[in-house]
Design a protein around this ligand. Structure first.
Ligand code: 4NP
Length: 159
């Protein structure tokens, strides 16, 4: 079993989107039983809330279902997940600063670094204060990143 946690700031827009996209890709590949997926936020501002309505609406149009309630990432999550996948560099840094040791720190990666078409260090842009185009872009880059992550898991014989 591979365990993956996607992490953004609020856990209501980007990380639930990445979680839903990854679940869809794994189901299409028939691998959903081999991977445990979760998401979390580095902030506590939206704890308990459902995914943002705008994220849910745009995702649904592509057949991607967003579920769950926002939770804050906690230090014990480093012991639960092999892949801690941050949406942007500020959350990557926050997570690395929380990591209890170097092995845990090394499990924190950026989603778009799995996309061979994206330059190293690319981010999933925060759509919260913007319009529809931002939510579509989040879906586009999450799809590309999650496809790359799936390929990486296959290449590493983790699936
Ligand atoms: P997320 O988006 O980190 O992708 O869930 C945001 C959600 C809320 C806020 C910022 C980003 N906020 O400032 O409340």
């Amino acid at each position: 079993m591979v365990r993956i946690c996607f992490v953004c700031l609020g856990n209501i827009c980007r990380s639930p989107t990445a979680e839903g996209v990854m679940r869809g890709l794994l189901a299409d590949a028939g691998c959903e039983d081999q991977v445990e997926i979760d998401s979390a936020g580095t902030s506590a501002h939206h704890v308990g809330e459902s995914p943002d309505r705008r994220s849910t609406k745009h995702a649904k149009r592509r057949g991607v279902i967003l579920e769950g309630a926002s939770r804050q990432f906690v230090v014990s999550d480093f012991g639960r997940f092999e892949y801690i996948v941050a949406m942007d560099r500020s959350n990557l840094q926050r997570l690395r600063a929380m990591a209890p040791n170097d092995a845990a720190r090394a499990r924190v990666v950026l989603l778009r670094d799995f996309d061979p078409e994206s330059p190293d260090g690319s981010e999933v842009p925060d759509p919260y204060y913007g319009g529809d185009a931002g939510f579509e872009e989040v879906l586009d880059v999450c799809e590309a990143g999650c496809r790359g992550l799936l390929e990486t898991l296959r290449a590493r014989n983790e699936l």
